[in-house]
Design a protein around this ligand. Sequence first.
Ligand code: C2E
Ligand code: CA
Ligand code: CA
Length: 528
Amino acid sequence: MGLKRAFARHVSHRRRSLAKSSIVALVFFILFTGITLFLINHQRTQYQRTVEQRTEKFTLENLDSLTEIMQQLMPLTERSCASSQPNITYQAAFNSGVRSFLLVKNGFAYCSSATGDMMLALKNIYPEIDPRQTRDLKLQQGTPLVPGKPAVAVWLRHPGEENTGVLATLDINLMPYLLFASRDARTPDIAIILDDRALTTFSPNLLPVSQLPNDQADRLAIPGTPMTILFYNETLTPNDIRLTLLGSLVLSLMIGILCYYMLLLRQSPERALMRGIKRNEFFIEYQPVFHTRKDAVAGLEALIRWQHPIEGRIPPDLFIPYAESEGLIVPLTRHLFRLIAEDVPRLATALPKGAKLGLNISPSHLSAPSFHQDVYELLAQLPGDYFTLVFEITERGMVEEANALAEFDWLHQQGIEIAVDDFGTGHSALIYLERFTMDYLKIDRGFVNTIGQDTVTAPVLDAVISLAKKLKMQTVAEGVETAEQLHFLQERDVNFMQGYYFSKPLSIDNFVTFCNSQQVVDYQAQKA
Ligand code: C2E
Ligand code: CA
Ligand code: CA
C-alpha cells in the first residue's frame, strides 16, 4: 500500500480533481438551467400563440353566426311582438352565449326574447349603443334583467331604417379562465376591450382601460370589429425559475461528485501503474557488479525505474511492494523482461559471453500460474546462452512459497542461477538455507554499512560471511560505498561487490560506456 499512501500524500491530485469536477458541475449547471428555461419559455410562447389564434377564430366565428341569426330575425321588426316572440325566444335559447334578443322599432325596444312585450327607449337601457350604426358592439355593466353581470351588446341595424333593428346581449363567459387560472400557470389573464372599457378575468366588474395593469401584454385586435383582447402572458414564472434552479443544482452536484470519483479512480495507483506500462514510463538502470579478486566487472543488476509524467521519479521501494500487494507484480515483471530483451543487444556490446545478468524477482511470482511461461518467453528473447541469468529473490517471502524448492530446481534446469537478496533482513530460519539450493547470497547493505563502526550488529557480518561459506554459496556484498568497506570485504574473501564505490545504477548508454572503460571478467578465457 506504499504507493497508495504516497499518492494520497499528493493532495494536489485531489485538489486538481476537485477543481476540475467543480468546473464540470458549474458548466453543467449553467447549461442545464439555460437550456431548461429556454425550452420552458419556448413551449409557453407556442402555447400562448395557439391560445391567441384559437380565441381569434372562435370570436370571429361566433360573431359571424350571431350576425347571421340577427339578420334572419330582422324581418320580425316589421311584425308584432306577439307573433315574433316565440321565434326570438327559441333563437335565444338555442344559441349558447346569447342572453337575450330585443326587437327595436324607431328607437324603442318593444319585444324581448326573455320577457315578451315591453316598451322602453333604447337609449335608456343601452345608452352606449349608437342605433344609427349598421353594427355596434358595446360592453355593458349589466342588462335590465341581469343588472350585476357584465355583458356585450351587439346592435344590427335594419338596412333601410335608422332606429330600427335587432339587439343581442351576450354573456361573455370567462368562467373557464377563472377556473383554470388558479390551477394552470400557463393560462394567462385576459382583458376584452371595447372602446374605453374592459371585461377581465381578474375583476367581476367592467374596468376603464386606464385601470388595466401596465404589464406587458399581447394585443389581439379582432379584425372587422372594434374589439381588442389583451393576453397577460407570463412565459417564465418565479416558480419555474425556482424549480429549474433547484433541479439543476441537485443534478450538477451529482455530476460533480461522480466526476470527482471518476477522476480519482482514473488516478488510482493501480491504474497509474498499468497505464505506466502501456505508456512506456518504465525503464531500466544497470548497476555493475564487480568480481572482487579480479577487480573487474562480472555482471550487472537490472533495477527498474518509473518516470511518472506528473509525479516524476517514483522510487521502486514504493511501487514494488505496492505492486506485490495488489497482484500487479506479474505484469510489471513481464514488462521488465520485455525491456531487458530490448536492451540485451547493447548490453552484449559491453559485457562478454557468460556475464551475469541479475534480475529481481518477487517471491510471489514464483507461485503464479504463468511463471514458467513468463521465463520461457524471456529466455526466447535473449540471444542463445550469452548471459547467465541470476534471479535475485528476497529472503523475505521466499520461504513462504511452498513450492519454492521445486521452482528453484526448475530454474536451475533452465540454466538460471539464484541469489538470496537482502540476506539477513528476513526472518527465515537458517535451516531453510540448507534445504534451498542457491548460488549466491547477497549481503544486505545494512550489514556492509556497519563496517568500521562499533555497533551491536557489526559482528553479524562476519557470521553471515562464514555461514555462506559453510553453505558453499558465493557472496555478493551490496551497497559498498567506501574503500574501507572494500578492503574489509576483500580480506574476508567476499566474491562479488556492488555499490556506489564502483558505480551507481546507470542508464544503458552510460553503462556501456562505463564497461568499455573497465576491466571485464572474461568467462570464455576462464573456461579455456
Ligand atoms: P535491491 O534489490 O536490494 O536493490 C539494490 C538497491 O540498492 C537499489 O535501490 C540500488 O540503487 C541501491 N544501491 C546500490 N548500491 C548502493 C550504494 O552503494 N548505496 C546505497 N545507499 N544504495 C545502493 P533501488 O533501485 O531503489 O531498488 C530498491 C529495491 O527495489 C531493490 O532492492 C529491489 O528490492 C526492488 N527492485 C528494484 N528493481 C526491481 C525489479 O525490477 N523487480 C523487482 N521485483 N524489484 C525491484
Ligand atoms: Ca536485488
Ligand atoms: Ca538488496
